[in-house]
Design a binder for this molecule. Structure first.
Ligand code: PGA
Length: 259
């Protein structure tokens, strides 16, 4: 796994956007897996800026989002559909038909998961998957459990996640109990993965994911088995990585290590 340690959120976001840009230059038809949450917002802002300056062209880029709340649709401000249009899609020259999102309003959640898997298969899989990480080590909505879920599936959200994410809901009672999420197997089939983390509250999950054993109780630990995974972290999110960085007295502004 590659680790890139940045000094702050801005640098993390720029570094991530630069890598996405490089991928799109190399492959203009990139199939890009996207994440929601606070973490990637800075990267999305930077991608919008680059797009407006003509530095990156999304005309032929295809996207697949990782997850969606069950029961929320495009008009719900807390849905990931709404989030993506607010924070990225409405600011770049992507084609609507190239945007893939899970339908949280589906009457047939299992059928919706199958449809999504099939769409990813038809696109020849994800080329580059962007991930955030939960305080509990979740990636997408793959919550800690006793097994790694493989394909896109219906999820019962953990109490932890519901509590943390309810801050995005004006009316906390609207916080869903379920979601649809791309599975760990589908994520791991991506040709390349970039995980972003920037807060101190993520430090423990990051340390366990990198230094601990691979186990489904820490879903992000599975990335240790991926041949091309990069974590772009702020020094705050990386502060628990004692073993890896114990030789350096303090972080350089931009440390780069292979672990
Ligand atoms: P956050 O969420 O970016 O809002 O911290 C990340 C996640 O829960 O995967």
């Amino acid at each position: 796994m590659e680790l890139i340690i940045t000094k702050d959120y801005k640098e993390m976001s720029q570094q991530a956007a630069v890598l996405v840009n490089a991928h799109v230059i190399v492959n203009p038809k990139l199939v890009l897996g996207l994440a929601t949450g606070n973490t990637p917002i800075g990267m999305y802002k930077e991608l919008i800026r680059m797009n407006k300056k003509g530095m990156i062209d999304f005309t032929n880029v295809v996207t697949f989002n990782l997850d969606e709340y069950l029961g929320l649709g495009p008009k719900d401000k807390e849905s990931y559909h709404y989030f993506m249009f607010q924070n990225l899609f409405s600011g770049i020259n992507i084609k609507r038909r190239n945007i893939n999102l899970l339908n949280g309003l589906t009457k047939d959640p299992n059928g919706e998961c199958e449809r999504y898997e099939e769409a990813i298969r038809k696109a020849d899989g994800i080329d580059l998957q962007i991930l955030g990480i939960g305080h509990n080590g979740h990636i997408g909505f793959n919550e800690p459990s006793d097994v790694f879920p493989t394909a896109t599936h219906v999820v019962a959200l953990s109490e932890d996640t519901r509590q943390i994410n309810s801050k995005f809901f004006k009316d906390k009672r609207k916080m869903p109990t379920g979601a649809l999420s791309v599975g760990i197997g589908t994520i791991m089939k991506a040709k390349e993965i970039i995980l972003l983390a920037n807060t101190k509250q993520k430090a423990e999950a990051i340390t366990m994911a990198i230094e601990g054993p691979v186990r489904p109780q820490v879903p992000a630990s599975v990335l240790q088995l991926h041949s091309k995974a990069t974590m772009i972290l702020t020094s705050q999110a990386a502060e628990g990585l004692g073993r890896i960085f114990k030789k350096s007295k303090k972080f350089s502004l931009l440390a780069h290590k292979t672990v």
